[in-house]
Design a protein around this ligand. Structure first.
Ligand code: NAP
Ligand code: MG
Length: 496
C-alpha cells in the first residue's frame, strides 16, 4: 500500500478524558476500545464515562462559567483565543488529520481539508462574533405610572453551560461547529464526541487550553450515548443541549429537554433528493450526482441518496454513474491511491449491508456494488447503485442509509418529481441540476429542505445557516443564527 510515512498521530493518542484542564480516567475505571475501521484493530482505549464523571465535567464548566475567567473576559480577548486555536489546528494539521483518518477511516486529504481546514475557518468566523454581539433600544407604549419615562433595551447573554453531543461522521468539524459559537458567546462547554471517534475531540480540548482557554471552559467526556450522553442531557446545571446525530436519538433528546424545559437545538438525519432535469449534460450530471452520494463514503447527513433523473436521460446518466462507481478504489484512508475508505465501525457496516439487502428484497434493480465484502479486512462497502425503473415502494426511498448507497428513479414531469422529493419525513438538503434557472428557482421555492443547492451539493459555509425542515431537526447553526442559539435575550427597563 502506498501509505504516508509512519503516522505521527500514533504519538498523540489520548487515553484519558479532559475535565477542568486535566486528563482523567473514568471514576469507575471502565474503558471503551477505539478502533481503526480500515483494519478492525484496536487503536486505543478511552474512559467509559458515567453520570459521576459527567457531573465532574459539568461542575467544572459551571465553576468556570460563574468565574470572571471566560464570560467576562473582554470579547476581543475571547476572539483572540479562538483565533489562536484556529492557528494551532493548522500548526498541528498533519497530526490531527492522521489521527482522524486512523480513527474515522476517511481519506487523508479530506481529514486535512475538511476536518482541520474547515474547522480552522469555522473557528475564525465564529471568533469574529465574540465582538459583534449586540442588543437593541426600544420604545415602550405602556409606561406606568403615565408620567414616568422609560428607556428599554435588550442584551444578549450567554446561556451558561452547553452540553454538545456529536456524531462520528465529521468528528473534529462537528465538535468545532458546536464549541466555536458556544465559546464565542461566552458559554462554557461539555463536549461528548461519538464513542467511535473521540480522539481528535480530545486533542481539540488540549489545544484549546494551549490557546489560552481557561480550564473548565471546554471539557471533553468520552463514553456511551445512553450513559454519558443521557447524563449530560438530564443534568440540571446544563442550560442548553446542542445535538447532531440521528433522528431517532434526536427525538429522545428533544423529549428529555422538553420535559426539563432545557434549550435544545437538533441537527438530524436526511434523505436528500438530487433532481436532474432533462437539459443536463449527462456526464456532468453523473459526476455531480456521484459526488453527492459518495463523498465521505455516503456518511453525510445531506448525502444525495435519492436520485431523480428525467426519463429522457435516465439510462445515459445511470450508465455513466455505474462507470464512476466501479472505478472508485477502496482502501485505507492513509493510502494515497485510494478514493473511498471504510464505514466507521463494524456495527455501522452491518447496518449499511442490511439496507442493501432490503433494496434487493424490495425489488430494486442492482446496477453496481452490493453486499459482498470487497476487501479481506476492514468495514468496506462497495459504492452501490440501485435503479427503481418501475417506481416501486422501496425502503431505500424512505430510510436513511448513511453509506455509499443510491436509489435512482426516473421522472417525467416537474410536478411529479417535486411531489416525490417532498414525500420524505426528512427535509435537510436537496439539489437541482439544470441550466434552466427559472425551472431551478421554481423548484427551489417549493422544496422542503433547509438547504437547496443548484448545480452543486453538500456545500456548507460558516456564514450560511444550516439545519433541517421536518424530521431533520430544530434550529439553525452557523451565521448570525449561531448567536441566537447560544445566547438568551435579557430585556432591561429603566424608569426615570
Ligand atoms: P447517533 O447514534 O444519533 O449518535 C449521535 C451522538 O448522540 C453520539 O455521541 C451518541 O453517543 C449520542 N447518543 C446516543 N444516544 C444518546 C442518548 N440517549 N442520549 C444522549 N446522547 C446519545 O448518530 P450517529 O450514528 O453517531 O451519527 C449518524 C447520524 O447523524 C445520521 O442519522 C446523520 O444523518 C446524523 N447527522 C446529522 C447532521 C446534521 O447536521 N443534520 C450531521 C451529521 C450527522 P454514542 O456514540 O455512544 O452512540
Ligand atoms: Mg452511536
Amino acid at each position: 500500500m502506498n501509505t504516508i510515512e509512519l503516522p505521527v498521530a500514533t504519538n498523540s493518542l489520548r487515553t484519558r478524558m479532559f475535565i477542568n484542564g486535566s486528563w482523567v480516567a473514568a471514576k469507575s475505571g471502565a474503558q471503551l476500545p477505539v478502533y481503526n475501521p480500515a483494519t478492525g484493530e484496536v487503536l486505543a482505549h478511552v474512559p467509559d464515562a458515567d453520570a459521576n464523571d459527567v457531573n465532574d465535567a459539568v461542575s467544572s464548566a459551571v465553576h468556570t462559567f460563574k468565574s470572571e475567567a471566560w464570560r467576562r473576559m473582554p470579547p476581543v480577548k475571547r476572539e483572540a483565543i479562538l483565533l489562536r486555536l484556529a492557528d494551532l489546528l493548522e500548526e498541528n494539521a498533519n497530526e490531527l488529520a492522521e489521527l482522524e483518518t486512523l480513527n474515522n477511516g476517511k481519506l487523508l486529504i479530506y481529514s486535512r481539508m475538511v476536518e482541520v481546514g474547515a474547522s480552522a475557518q469555522w473557528l475564525r468566523y465564529m471568533a469574529g462574533w465574540a465582538t459583534k454581539i449586540n442588543g437593541t433600544t426600544l420604545d415602550l407604549s405602556l409606561p406606568m405610572p403615565p408620567q414616568v419615562r422609560v428607556r428599554a433595551s435588550t442584551q444578549r447573554v450567554p446561556v451558561g453551560v452547553v452540553g454538545a453531543i456529536i456524531p462520528w461522521n465529521f468528528p473534529l468539524l462537528m465538535a468545532v461547529w458546536k464549541i466555536a459559537p458556544a465559546l464565542a458567546c461566552g458559554n462554557t462547554v461539555v463536549l461528548k464526541p461519538a464513542e467511535e471517534t473521540p480522539l481528535t475531540a480530545l486533542r481539540l480540548g488540549e489545544l484549546a487550553l494551549e490557546a489560552g482557554l481557561p480550564p473548565g471552559a471546554l471539557n471533553v467526556i468520552t463514553g456511551r450515548g445512553e450513559i454519558a450522553g443521557n447524563a449530560l442531557v438530564q443534568h440540571p446545571q446544563v442550560n442548553k443541549i446542542a445535538f447532531t446525530g440521528s433522528t431517532e436519538v434526536g427525538r429522545i433528546i428533544g423529549a428529555a429537554c422538553g420535559q426539563n424545559l432545557k434549550a435544545v437545538s437538533l441537527e438530524l438525519g436526511g434523505k436528500s433528493p438530487v433532481i436532474v432535469l432533462s437539459d443536463c449534460d449527462p456526464q456532468q450530471a453523473a459526476e455531480g450526482a456521484a459526488a453527492a452520494i459518495f463523498f465521505n463514503h455516503g456518511q453525510v447527513c445531506t448525502a444525495g441518496s435519492r436520485l431523480y433523473i428525467h426519463e429522457s436521460i435516465y439510462e445515459d446518466v445511470l450508465e455513466r454513474m455505474k462507470d464512476i462507481a466501479e472505478s472508485i478504489v477502496l482502501g485505507a484512508g492513509l493510502d494515497k491511491d485510494v478514493q473511498m475508505g471504510p464505514m466507521v465501525s463494524a456495527k455501522h457496516y452491518e447496518n449499511v449491508l442490511q439496507h442493501i439487502r432490503n433494496g434487493l428484497d424490495d425489488g430494486a434493480e442492482l446496477v453496481c456494488g452490493g453486499a459482498e465484502r470487497p476487501l479481506p479486512h476492514g468495514y468496506f462497502v462497495k459504492p452501490t447503485i440501485f435503479a427503481n425503473r418501475n417506481k416501486k415502494d422501496i425502503r431505500l426511498l424512505t430510510q436513511e442509509v448513511f453509506g455509499p448507497v443510491l436509489i435512482a428513479t426516473p421522472f417525467s414531469s416537474v410536478e411529479e418529481v417535486l411531489d416525490e422529493a417532498n414525500s420524505s419525513i426528512y427535509g435537510l438538503g436537496a439539489s437541482v441540476w439544470t441550466n434552466n434557472m427559472s425551472a431551478a428557482l421554481r423548484l427551489a421555492d417549493e422544496l422542503e429542505a433547509g438547504t437547496v443547492w443548484i448545480n452543486t451539493h453538500n456545500m456548507v459555509d460558516p456564514n450560511l445557516p444550516f439545519g433541517g425542515f421536518k424530521a431533520s431537526g430544530v434550529g439553525r447553526e452557523h451565521g448570525a443564527a449561531a448567536v441566537e442559539h447560544y445566547t438568551e435575550t435579557r430585556s432591561l427597563v429603566i424608569a426615570y
